[in-house]
Design a protein around this ligand. Structure first.
Ligand SMILES: Cc1ncc(COP(=O)(O)O)c(C=O)c1O
Length: 396
């Protein structure tokens, strides 16, 4: 009976990594998979994480971390990081939350929760959005539609078209928004645009679903949650999926948070039981190790400061490399305008070059990134930036 299942096509990003590994060109560059890398191309363990590991291993009480909602100190620390110290009342009275296996786990269980609320609602996602949003939300059976988001010609957000489309969203539909560092385009909403989204959400009564996977990589840990805090302060309901994979470098530990703001504490209590029941039916309990590390970091003044410094350093490095790439391209050909790359935020940029040009970068220069033209900025280094710029200028 199992033979009825056909083989599925290879995952495009994982296929790209495999091809990169096999490439023997000594100049090869990997700008594909969305993992932070340093100048040497390594994905470092943050110092704050290494110190938290030592503390955790020395703590004989770590068994007490076992619980269905995950590590409570992690949940408290993350809610404060996302919403700020000034939101104590909101956090205490209206938020239900669980630790989840990564941002993916959070997206999935929140989608299951939406399905329990109303199986007929539509989830609106940006065009384009992170490819994995579609299976994570769609495998619950919920309908997905797209709203216009990125203008490849202008290399920026098509905000008027986005808002025009969202005017037609039905009451009770869900709009997925990237809180910061939009994946794959790197093009974010401005503060004014977040205010306009808030007004529309109030008027149309849709439910904002925020995905925050890169807090600290855009403008800073506080600035990157401006949109989230604005919506949380002014709407009765908001849901949030957050990931610690990138900003804590905890990819393989699967650390995320699923949080729901309900209209009052009665709704909050019901949501807490529902989300735990959903988690119980899929994976029972989240893994505790990574959550315990984040708990230790966020709840120790010293480690929190050290971690904040490390996030700033990762963001600054990516900003510097963006600027360097744009300058190198301009030096080689002043007619090519890549200024937009400096305005994009976080780990990714859309270079807005055609799939044929992307393939030429791969075949002729061994520079690997996905056909959409999304590049991982952290894969650029001071050693390879000149080579990348030279290849881009030649291909264009
Ligand atoms: C936009 C976005 N959301 C969520 C995630 C989920 O991250 P993870 O499940 O690794 O925590 C990612 C990871 O790449 C992402 O880019």
């Amino acid at each position: 009976m199992l033979e009825v299942l056909p083989q599925l096509p290879a995952d495009p990003i994982l296929g790209l990594s495999a091809a990169f590994k096999q490439d023997t060109n000594p100049k090869k560059v990997d700008l594909g998979v969305g993992v932070y890398k340093d100048e040497q191309g390594r994905t470092p363990i943050l110092n704050a994480v290494a110190k938290a590991q030592k503390i955790l291993l020395a703590n004989e009480d770590s068994k007490t971390y076992i619980s269905p909602q995950g590590v409570q100190g992690f949940i408290d620390g993350m809610l404060e990081l996302l919403l700020g110290k000034g939101h104590k009342t909101l956090i205490e009275q209206r938020i239900a939350a669980v630790q989840a296996p990564g941002g993916c786990g959070a997206l999935r269980i929140l989608s299951e929760l939406l399905k329990r609320c109303n199986g007929d609602l539509t989830v609106w996602v940006s065009d384009p959005t992170w490819a994995n949003h579609i299976p994570l939300i769609g495998s619950t059976g919920l309908k997905i539609e797209t709203y216009p988001y990125f203008d490849r010609e202008k290399a920026g957000v098509k905000f008027d078209e986005m808002m025009e489309c969202l005017q037609h969203v039905k009451k009770g539909d869900v709009v997925l928004l990237h809180g910061c560092c939009h994946n794959p385009t790197g093009a974010d909403l401005s503060r004014e645009q977040w205010h306009a989204v808030l007004e529309l959400a109030q008027k149309k009564e849709f439910l904002p679903f925020l995905d925050i996977a890169y807090q600290g990589f855009g403008d800073g840990v506080e600035d990157d949650v401006y949109g989230l805090r604005l919506l949380a302060d002014n709407l009765p309901e908001v849901i949030v999926a957050a990931s610690c994979s990138k900003n804590f470098g905890l990819y393989r530990e699967r650390v995320g948070l699923a949080a729901m703001i309900g209209a009052n504490s009665k709704v909050r209590d019901a949501l807490q039981t529902q989300i735990q029941a959903i988690a119980r039916g899929i994976y029972s309990m989240p893994p505790s190790y990574g959550g315990a590390l984040v708990d230790i970091i966020l709840n120790s003044q010293e480690l929190r400061q050290e971690w904040l410094g490390e996030v700033d350093a990762m963001r600054d490095r990516m900003k510097t490399l963006r600027r360097l790439l744009v300058n190198k391209i301009r030096e080689k050909d002043a007619s090519l305008d890549f200024k937009f790359v400096n305005q994009q935020k976080g780990m990714f940029s859309y270079l807005c070059i055609s799939p044929e040009q992307v393939r030429k970068m791969r075949s002729d220069y061994a520079i690997y990134f996905v056909d959409s033209s999304r590049v991982n900025i952290a894969g650029i280094s001071h050693q390879n930036v000149d080579y990348i710029a030279e290849a881009l200028v030649a291909v264009l």
